[in-house]
Design a protein around this ligand. Sequence first.
Ligand SMILES: NC(=O)c1ccc[n+]([C@@H]2O[C@H](COP(=O)([O-])OP(=O)(O)OC[C@H]3O[C@@H](n4cnc5c(N)ncnc54)[C@H](OP(=O)(O)O)[C@@H]3O)[C@@H](O)[C@H]2O)c1
Length: 279
Amino acid sequence: MEPKGKVIIVTGASSGIGLASARALAREGARVVLAARSMAALSREADSIVREGGSAVPVAMDVTSDASVGAAVASILERFGRIDVVVNNAGNGGRLSLWESTDGAFTRAMFDVHVFGMERVTRAVLPAMLAQGSGTVVNVASTVAWVPMPAAAAYCAAKAAVVAFSESLRGELEGRGVRVTVFAPPHTSTDAGNDWPLEGPQVFAPAWVADQLVETLRRDRRSFLAGASNRSLLVLQRIAPALAARIMKDIGLRAEAKSAARMRGADDAARRPPRLDTA
Ligand SMILES: NC(=O)c1ccc[n+]([C@@H]2O[C@H](COP(=O)([O-])OP(=O)(O)OC[C@H]3O[C@@H](n4cnc5c(N)ncnc54)[C@H](OP(=O)(O)O)[C@@H]3O)[C@@H](O)[C@H]2O)c1
């Protein structure tokens, strides 16, 4: 599918991978809709894309709200009359924590944005795609959907649900013109990515990941894990699952310890009395 001229909604487009993807798609000639909650950031970024010669509009959308998603999709359909692609990218990794130290609200928040958010947006755009007889739903997953990592149980479970949902829906929509694609970014230097101090995996730039997403769309891939080391990890998990689990345990628990130390440092800094300027 060539992005040129296509109406493409990117959720979570106010920063990180979503913003980089919106920019990359606009460079390819797509009519991009940048969706997220921070309207000021979306407007600024859409203006910047337009100044560079692209087509972009900002739309306020909270993927955890039926009313917000319904209103946003209605306004997009009113403006463009069609939706060719939706990239369900909105999300966040949350803080790395041992599951025992989190509560049910934390797990539900992960599922709310990643799983139910993705499902809500897909439900809202699908009738238009089916009526057109064409469309692509891109669901952003993560390597940890297949190779889970300790200290991120809720996130891994949510992303695994995204993959299973996508694979299942793909079968239902086959032959009706609507494709479902799973795209898994590698560890990427974004607000969410930088919250996870992982040692080991290479950290990629959002712009590189965005180019991989564009290529995934262009080649009509069913599923793509960006980053060779992620694909190797998946192969390792298939041939030596205990070794893969050991590697992920090591990476996850080390990162959780680092993350907890960072938090303690921030707490200590907040408790420290302000320095008096005696000069
Ligand atoms: N970074 C990585 O290493 C990595 C690796 C694998 C997968 N991923 C996945 O890639 C996606 C993007 O992550 P990122 O790293 O680019 O994160 P990011 O820079 O923190 O950006 C997250 C985006 O999601 C939006 N968002 C959050 N909650 C939302 C809601 N309720 N409704 C609408 N938008 C919402 C945020 O905008 P507002 O706050 O303005 O709403 C923001 O635009 C996520 O699904 C993440 O799980 C990331």
